[in-house]
Design a protein around this ligand. Structure first.
Ligand code: FAD
Length: 476
């Protein structure tokens, strides 16, 4: 292990592998430390079409295309009493498909790709703590720069590594935000629980686009996902709010399996698909999983992917946000290393661009839950973003930024934010479900690649390598 590296990446999931591959590809010295040995299990199997441009920039598109993952050409919603298929091949979409992936394989391919681009990737090597430059007071992460990390490997190996820039892509573990700086805040509105497993022998989802994810709201509370995978299994998960889950589990004598089985039974579509199938493994669970860090970057450090924020899985946005932020971090750091912009400006760009992308999707998820037509008032009101939550999360400001600042949203009559706007303007009005594009929302996360889309005076250049460009100043 080197004693010093230009860029240290913590975590080899999609966020870390993207940042490492892009920076190494641009000729920078990158070291990536990953706690596990890959391939390792991970949830998060349904990907958005907006991932394809990022794979292109990384040079990893072909690798993923030829692996044999299920091609996802759309989504199918049975939501709020309506059913509708959504194909990705509608006009105006940047890509007509995405993939349903077995994450152990997908993540392994990306990590191998980072290695092939020249990143020094060390598996089974855990970052224990990030060190900040010495100084008075408790300014670490705020005004004192991150400068080194201590690590532990197998067989008692360990040491320290210095760096110029750190990308913390350690996922939910959150080395910096959750453990050291304690800047992670959980969203009260999305305190959900997920329980999922895999099925063999399931029937296809009739009437859905090829390889589609199925998303089904339950009549009283919660929703289910169904994701076809290339090993022939179907990933089937239940998401419900924590209170309903605890009540259902208590009523079922503590049996998680009974809660899950009961939920399936309340969804005739899915129950029909699983009638001749068998459950291929035990249930897995995750809870309380939506959060955001107060800061996404500071002197010497950037948080990417789940290390910065996590959104309810309803719209399958996690891997996209992870790779999108990996790309933004690589562009910001690459530009600083090449002397194109100063670090302060690069951090301003990153903080704003990533937070906008996240908050925009947060608004969408809130809108989607809002149109849940269930009978349980708790689920509906708890999952809708209350005005207090909106104020706390600056959603109003962020929403105004979105609708006034970005070209792609001006033609909002048919897109998801347009639908959300209409529900905001006419509470209880229209039948908005059809307008909520959900899994087709690739255009909701445009790469800010033109001067008109500049964020904090900077926009993203992709050629020859990701970097930041200054937008020409506007006439006063
Ligand atoms: P991760 O993929 O978690 O990678 C982080 C890596 O860091 C891990 O490999 C870990 O081992 C490593 N690490 C942790 N600590 C350390 C340390 N101290 N030192 C070194 N390495 C460390 N997303 C979708 O896109 N589609 C979906 O359908 C979807 N469904 C979901 C369903 C559920 C129930 C949940 C909870 C999430 C879902 N997600 C989905 C979200 C998705 O799983 C994540 O957003 C995505 O994995 C984030 O990628 P990442 O690279 O930021 O983090």
């Amino acid at each position: 292990m080197r004693e010093r590296t230009d860029v240290l990446v913590v975590g080899g999931g999609p966020a870390g592998a993207t940042a490492a591959a892009l920076l190494a590809r641009a000729g920078h010295q990158v070291t990536l430390l990953e706690r596990e040995r890959f391939p390792r299990y991970h949830i998060g199997e349904s990907l958005l079409p907006s991932l394809l441009p990022v794979l292109d920039v990384m040079g990893a598109r072909e690798l993923i295309e030829k692996h044999g993952f299920v091609r996802k050409t759309g989504a199918f919603y049975g939501w709020g009493g309506q059913e509708w298929p959504l194909g990705f091949d509608e006009p105006g979409r940047p890509a007509a498909y995405s993939f349903q992936v077995i994450r152990s394989e997908f993540d392994w391919l990306l990590l191998q790709h980072a290695r092939a681009q020249g990143a020094d990737v060390r598996e089974e090597t855990r970052v224990r703590r990030v060190g900040f430059e010495p100084g008075p007071g408790s300014g670490e992460g705020r005004d004192r720069a991150a400068v080194e990390a201590s690590w532990a490997g197998v067989g008692g190996a360990g040491g320290r590594i210095g760096f110029a820039h750190l990308v913390d892509a350690s996922g939910r573990a959150g080395v910096l935000a959750a453990r050291q700086l304690r800047t992670r805040r959980f969203h009260d509105v999305f305190r959900n629980v997920a329980a999922w497993t895999y099925w063999r022998g399931a029937a296809p989802l009739e009437g859905a686009p090829r390889g589609a994810i199925g998303v089904f709201s339950l009549p009283d509370h919660g929703w289910l996902w169904a994701i076809p995978l290339h090993d022939g299994t179907l990933s089937v998960g239940l998401v419900t709010d924590k209170r309903s889950f605890q009540q259902a589990r208590a009523a079922a004598g503590g049996s998680l399996q009974s809660v899950y089985d009961d939920a399936l039974a309340r969804c005739p579509r899915l129950a029909g698909m699983l009638a001749g199938a068998r459950q291929a493994g035990p249930l897995k669970t995750e809870s309380d999983y939506s959060y955001v860090s107060e800061k996404f970057c500071g002197p010497g450090w950037f948080l990417a992917g789940d290390a910065a924020c996590f959104l309810d899985p309803l719209l399958s946005t996690g891997v996209h946000l992870a790779m999108y932020s990996g790309l933004l971090a690589a562009a910001a750091i690459g530009s600083v290393l090449r002397g194109e912009v100063d670090e302060h400006a690069a951090r301003g760009f990153y903080e704003t661009a990533y937070r906008h992308a996240y908050e925009r999707l947060l608004v969408l998820v809130g809108a989607f839950y809002r149109v849940h037509d269930g009978r349980d008032a708790y689920f509906r009101t708890a999952q809708a973003l209350s005005s207090r939550d909106q104020a706390r999360l600056r959603l109003h400001e962020s929403f105004l930024d979105i609708v006034t600042g970005t070209e792609d949203l001006h033609d909002s009559q048919t897109d998801a934010v347009g639908a959300f706007l209409r529900t905001v303007r006419r509470p209880g009005g229209d039948s908005p479900a059809r307008g909520l594009g959900g899994h087709g929302t690739s255009h909701m996360l445009p790469l800010p690649t033109t001067p008109r889309q500049a964020v904090a005076g900077l926009y993203l250049g992709l050629d020859p390598h990701p970097g930041l460009r200054r937008a020409p100043s506007q006439p006063v």
